[in-house]
Design a protein around this ligand. Structure first.
Ligand SMILES: NC(=O)c1ccc[n+]([C@@H]2O[C@H](COP(=O)([O-])OP(=O)(O)OC[C@H]3O[C@@H](n4cnc5c(N)ncnc54)[C@H](OP(=O)(O)O)[C@@H]3O)[C@@H](O)[C@H]2O)c1
Length: 299
């Protein structure tokens, strides 16, 4: 029976390396991205890694929740028609914005780093459950440590600092990941977070050079902060992909759920704030309001 895996933002950076790792482990891999040429190149590399299980590219801009819904429909329909089980969903998409932006009225880093993977996962739960045992892997970040921890609204009051807003959206997603693991206990769907540490990718090269992404206090220390960013994001994406690959494939994780795989490729204690039930509840309310999966949630 073919095991299939979907990797979002899987046509470049850490996502492509994750896709190649899953192909090497014998999965038929579908990668999601915006650019069809990059998609075609990713499929070529997947096919060169594992000719027995052809790769597939699905185009979607995961910054658009409408496109996330259409993508989920397409994936669910494919699995319903083919009878193949969806064994792994890696929610790898992530983005950091130097300037405040909104997408359909909602702050962009919250959309891309949390609402989008949240919605895709929720919409694919019937497919993942039908294909159980299956795994969801949500890609997290050490930036959760600089996050404001209130989730009464999409954004906290005050100025906009892209790195901190990114970390806050990743914290929301990590709290959701741990909450979902509890919710799905006993269904055969395991839920993991994977922290890649850092890598030189489009995301880090493009934004971590701009002092505007950090708060005024950190900006005063910018030469030091920048050096720290440079050091922590200098490695190859192939190494940063390993925590996701382990979370998706390691047999030692069979029957486990709610585990965070750290940059050293071992389970680590989850960032404490993400285990707070009140925080998870606030994130759930925000997610249901801004990315409803049913007509009732959107009201
Ligand atoms: N790099 C790091 O140091 C680091 C550290 C901690 C955590 N992370 C996390 O690791 C994950 C991967 O990061 P990365 O550095 O590899 O990112 P990246 O360089 O931006 O990844 C590039 C990939 O993302 C796709 N992508 C970007 N925006 C997209 C969108 N709106 N819709 C669909 N696809 C989109 C690109 O597709 P197109 O080419 O089609 O645009 C490409 O496949 C993210 O969740 C990130 O937050 C990264």
């Amino acid at each position: 029976m073919t095991k299939t895996a979907v990797v979002t933002a899987g046509t470049g950076g850490i996502g492509l390396e994750t896709a190649l790792g899953l192909a090497a482990a014998g999965f038929a891999v579908t990668v999601v991205g915006r650019d069809s040429e990059r998609g075609a190149r990713a499929v070529e590399r997947i096919n060169a890694t594992d000719p027995a299980h052809p790769g597939r590219f699905l185009p979607a801009d995961l910054a658009s929740l409408d496109q996330v819904r259409a993508l989920a429909d397409r994936i669910a329909a494919h699995h319903a028609a083919s009878g193949e089980s969806l064994a792994v969903l890696v929610n790898n998409v992530g983005a950091m914005f130097p300037e405040r932006r909104t997408l359909d009225g909602v702050e962009a880093s919250f959309v891309v780093n949390h609402l989008s993977p949240y919605l895709l996962t929720e919409l694919l739960l019937p497919t993942l459950t039908a294909g159980a045992p299956s795994r969801v892997v949500n890609v997290t970040s050490g930036a959760v440590g600089v996050a404001r921890r209130t989730f009464d609204a999409v954004e906290p009051p005050g100025g906009y600092y892209g790195f901190h807003w990114y970390g806050r959206a990743k914290l929301a997603n990590l709290a959701y990941t741990l909450d979902l693991a509890t919710r799905l206990n006993g269904t055969g769907v395991s839920v993991f977070a994977a922290d890649p540490g850092g890598a030189a990718t489009v995301m880090t090269d493009g934004t971590l050079t701009d002092p505007k992404i950090v708060s005024p206090a950190l900006r005063l220390l910018w030469p030091l902060v920048r050096r720290k960013f440079e050091r922590s994001t200098s490695g190859p994406a192939s190494v940063a992909a390993k925590p996701s690959i382990i979370a998706a494939t390691d047999s030692a994780l069979t029957d486990r759920t709610g585990v965070v795989i750290g940059p050293q490729m071992r389970p680590i204690a989850p960032f404490r704030a993400a285990t707070d039930h009140r925080l998870a509840e606030a994130v759930r309310r925000l997610s249901q309001a801004h990315a409803p999966t049913t007509a009732k949630e959107g009201t």
